[in-house]
Design a protein around this ligand. Structure first.
Ligand code: RP5
Length: 163
């Protein structure tokens, strides 16, 4: 199946966070691809990835990065596909550096920025699923089921003293 969503990250060290994006897309049954693409270590690869993404069938790119996290912004500069940025929690500044680097895009080149870390990685997948569901309407059913199961799980464990 052709990948609809591209998951990219600046380093293999980002995988501990971005694996939650993959896990969520697997739950939803949405085809995706994964690659390490660094804005500063492999800039030519990043340009090629972003420039060919739409022709290869991708409809959304999710980019996770930490520190001076220019990967989502640079990706967005090279494609008109929607780019969702996940700030990876850095050791030095706890991800505040990543968050501000990704969210503070000057007007003209947008990046949809999610929360720092695991929550952002999961929500990026869910938001990407909502975006592609406008065209691929059957994925909306998967999203509805995901929310239903989430609701049921919370209702089934409403006493915090018991697992
Ligand atoms: C960024 O630098 C990556 O996104 C990563 O979060 C951070 C640190 O990378 P490593 O030094 O762990 O490879 O490019």
């Amino acid at each position: 199946m052709t990948a609809l969503i591209g998951i990219i990250m600046g380093s293999t060290s980002d995988w501990d966070t971005m694996c939650f994006t993959e896990e969520t897309l697997i739950k939803l049954g949405i085809p995706y691809e994964v690659a390490v693409v660094s804005a500063h270590r492999t800039p030519d690869k990043l340009f090629h990835y972003a420039e060919t993404a739409e022709a290869r069938g991708l409809e959304v790119i999710i980019a996770g990065a930490g520190g001076a996290a220019h990967l989502p912004g640079m990706t967005a500069a090279k494609t008109t596909l929607p780019v969702l940025g996940v700030p990876v929690q850095s050791k030095a500044l706890n991800g505040m550096d990543s968050l501000l680097s990704i969210v503070q895009m000057p007007a003209g080149i947008p990046v949809g920025t999610l929360a720092i870390g695991k929550a952002g990685a999961i929500n990026a997948a869910l938001l990407a699923a909502a975006i592609i569901s406008n065209k691929h309407t059957h994925y909306r059913d998967a999203l509805v089921s995901f929310r239903h199961e989430q609701t049921e799980a919370v209702l089934a464990h409403d006493d915090p003293r018991h697992e």
